[in-house]
Design a protein around this ligand. Sequence first.
Ligand code: SAM
Length: 380
Amino acid sequence: MPSQSNTIRSYRFVIHTAKIKQARILPFSLPAIVTTPTIRAMNTLHSWLIYCRPGFERDCVEETQAKPVETAENSGFVVLQGKPKLAYTQLTFARQLLTLHGEVNDLPERDRLSPLLAALPATPEKFGALYLEVPDTNEGKTLSGFTKRFQPLLEEALRNESRLVDDPSLPRLHIFFPDEHRALIATGDPHNSSAALNGIQRVSMVSDAPSRSYLKLAEAFEVFLDKKEQALWLKPGMTAIDLGAAPGGWTWQLVQRGLKVIAVDNGPLKGAAAGHPSIRHLRQDGFRFRPQRPVDWLVCDMVEQPQRVAELMTEWFVGGMTQRAIFNLKLPMKKRVAALQEALNSIRTALNNKGVRYQLEARQLYHDREEVTIYLARKR
Ligand code: SAM
């Protein structure tokens, strides 16, 4: 077995914010994720690690307008530089937004711990949590068994060195394994990232849900609203309209939370949603339907052009017909980012012109395929 120093020497490290004292154990060879192979350049350029749905790497680059450093198609992640600041809530295709500090290549199966500990950045000094993560790909799934086994070992080592403490306000340490031999070392700002492992908010299915779309609205509520907001704004007895409701997954999610729902769709509601006392099913055109009195929630999952849905949502808000909305924009076209931005900008412009104060967030959820989910809320 090689000695520890030999072992370390054989790894390729790229430390972006390394302190000089760390550099003595880092014989820099060809950096794999930076284009300027000098410590100085790496120190001055902020590097970002973003997770996304595989196939949406280009969309991540486009929406951040940052310099792509590593953007393999269908890899489920990108490395970007050239933007000192990015705001997680303003990104749609990024599931996770992390600051990248370094990378370890050629990880040996027998001892992954030592090189990873050696590659940790000197700052932040302490981490509030440790996340071992993998891409949302078939290869990534095969690695999740390893990360589960490895987690307690690394946690113990970090706690022994007092680098890991139980404080959710501190930056999290994320070690991302694109494959079994490579680790990207990153940190997440709890105020500017997702708190969910792999950036995927897990939600559970109920056995009587009429469709799997139930999960999408469940995820949207978890992603866009914290627990306090959920308790405040999803109270039993509140009212909701569901446009394009059939077979009834979203309606069922609302009913499970105690809301009374008008489900608008020419198609039939299925399973437990059919004939439920909290649901009124109207076979009408969702673009023409208007409520007799304002409601607490509007949700909309009609398959239509993004711009047409955006105009409908704007009309409901300008007319004061709802307090909040969650809706999907379907993006089957090539220029997804442009189509999305056009739709969102039209909402912003119209609401600004009418003096409506609002919160608007867009995210491609785990359960979204070629689509994104939007949260729009009226602010006082
Ligand atoms: N959210 C639903 C669920 O959870 O089960 C699934 C909705 S599905 C993706 C889209 C639905 O929109 C279809 O049932 C379709 O009939 C409906 N739809 C499309 N255009 C519509 C329109 N103009 N008015 C009403 N419903 C419409």
